[in-house]
Ligand binder design. Sequence first.
Ligand code: MTE
Ligand code: MO
Length: 254
Amino acid sequence: MSAPLTRRRLLGSLAAGGGGLLLAGCDKIDASPSVQRILGLAEPINLHAQRLVSDRAALAPEFSASEMSPFFRTNGTSSPGTPDYTQLVASNFSDWKLAVDGLVATPLSLSLDAIRQLPRRTQITRHDCVEGWSAIGQWTGLPLGMLLKQARLRPSARYIVFHCADLFNGTPYYESIDLIDAFHPQTILAWGMNGHPLDVGHGAPLRLRVERQLGYKQAKYVMRIEAVASLAGINGGKGGTWEDAIGYQWYAGV
Ligand SMILES: Nc1nc2c(c(=O)[nH]1)N[C@H]1C(S)=C(S)[C@@H](COP(=O)(O)O)O[C@H]1N2
Ligand SMILES: [Mo]
């Protein structure tokens, strides 16, 4: 996926059956009449597909420190309030561990200190909530792709699910993204915000920043990261709390 998607590679992929668009590795185009016909028919679709693919890889805009919002509101849960979470806050998250499991060869269990010692990325981005507000904030955290490389995803893994500490109608808040967003360079597990440790209102100790998507995808209070082949078996099956509850789009691109 790191190689640029040229028109030739895209056509090669379509000629090879069309299913492997993002995994196209073959440049050879079969010149048989049926393939020629497919290529001809596919022409307008190619432009669309190419635009979609390059959009997914593009970076979200980043801002300068002077553009940061003086106030960044909290939304949704502003404190999980469960006995377990209250206990974690009381010990300043020294007992907290992030679990990484599911379809990985090396399940992980990492303390907050351990995560802070891993490579970090800092970015100033705009958060857009569907409820009609935006704010620009600075986030510091571990690139999710690095963590997933350490955990060694199994080939069957297709989605990354984030299980949170807060409950929505009795079920833990959750969200999910695909592997394109999981390995996007701006997708981080943030433990810092605006130069401070992430506070409870904004998702302490760790929250997802997936900068190409809307606010409700930015899971706060992340406790467990699970790699899965399908979202079908998880809660309502639509890949996230708001997706299940009121039909928000699973892919909430901005
Ligand atoms: N665990 C959890 N994550 C969540 C939510 C929530 O209620 N619980 N709300 C979402 C919504 S709708 C938005 S807009 C953002 C708000 O993040 P903020 O509180 O840092 O502004 O978090 C998202 N992630
Ligand atoms: Mo939101």
